[in-house]
Ligand binder design. Structure first.
Ligand code: ATP
Length: 237
């Protein structure tokens, strides 16, 4: 059974249907990516999986349980973590405090400390600046903090919404390397990206979203070599 299975999911804002019946699954240990242009419904999909939006129809099964009607806190507790678009860190709290907040459902103090150290190993800049206000970090560093914070809940599935948004090419490279490293450590990841090239190059499977539907699916390699994907998303003529 896949870790996450999404079946015929539909989500609407009032009368406007942003997600119009999509199906896909994520196996444990995989990196799966949703790519597509602005407004395709990628963020809406992740927010629904997190319990922040209620589906209009369809079925979301996570780790053997239907989570359609589960509250957002319970979904995190069940092991589904979300690093949202635009980062949403707490700028006036320190980096260490932001990481602590990611563990708000945990009670194992020594395990929490071990995972904070792990975040500092993964992102050394966070360790160097642990006592400083998170708002002083650069955009890319804040993205690292958001990822580190999501990992603090010890997720079975980590959802990343546009981790490369607004980053310099070097920072983007660094974030993509970290995703590869997390994958090597066995983390299962659902990655939403506008940078199709970067996402497809490290994904096991990818789905191309277009105005609320999945237009095309395949392995990362298949999609990267697909002519229509190359034209639409990889900037080729
Ligand atoms: P982006 O990369 O720009 O976030 P996306 O693929 O993640 O794109 P969504 O943000 O999920 O797309 O948006 C899907 C559609 O839903 C768009 O047409 C958008 O305008 C609409 N939408 C998103 N949020 C709301 C909202 N709060 N109220 C009404 N419509 C919304």
């Amino acid at each position: 059974m896949p870790l996450l299975e999404v079946e015929d999911l539909r989500v609407a804002y009032g009368k406007i249907e942003a997600v119009k019946g999509i199906s896909f699954s994520v196996e444990a240990g995989q990196v799966v990516t949703l790519i597509g242009t602005n407004g395709a419904g990628k963020t809406t999909t992740l927010r629904t999986l997190s319990g922040l939006l209620k589906p209009l129809a369809g079925k979301i099964t996570f780790d053997g349980e239907v989570i359609n009607d589960m509250g957002a806190h319970k979904i995190v507790a069940k092991g589904l973590a979300h690093s949202p678009e635009g980062r949403r860190i707490f700028p006036r709290l320190t980096i260490a405090e932001n990481l602590q907040l990611g563990a708000f459902l945990r009670k194992d103090a020594s395990g929490i400390q071990r995972d904070i150290e792990r975040a500092y190993t993964l992102f050394p800049i966070l360790g160097e600046r642990r006592g400083q206000a998170a708002g002083t970090l650069s955009g890319g560093e804040q993205q690292m903090l958001a990822m580190g914070r999501a990992l603090m809940s010890q997720p079975k599935l980590l959802m990343l919404d546009e981790p490369s948004m607004g980053l310099s090419p070097i920072m983007m490279q660094r974030i993509m390397e970290t995703i590869t490293e997390l994958k090597a450590q066995g983390t299962t990841i659902l990655l939403v990206e506008q940078n199709a090239q970067a996402a497809l190059s490290l994904a096991d499977h990818g789905h191309v979203m277009e105005i609320g539907t999945i237009a095309l699916s395949g392995t990362g390699q298949e999609l990267m070599h697909d002519e229509s994907v190359r034209k639409a998303y990889l900037g080729e003529d």
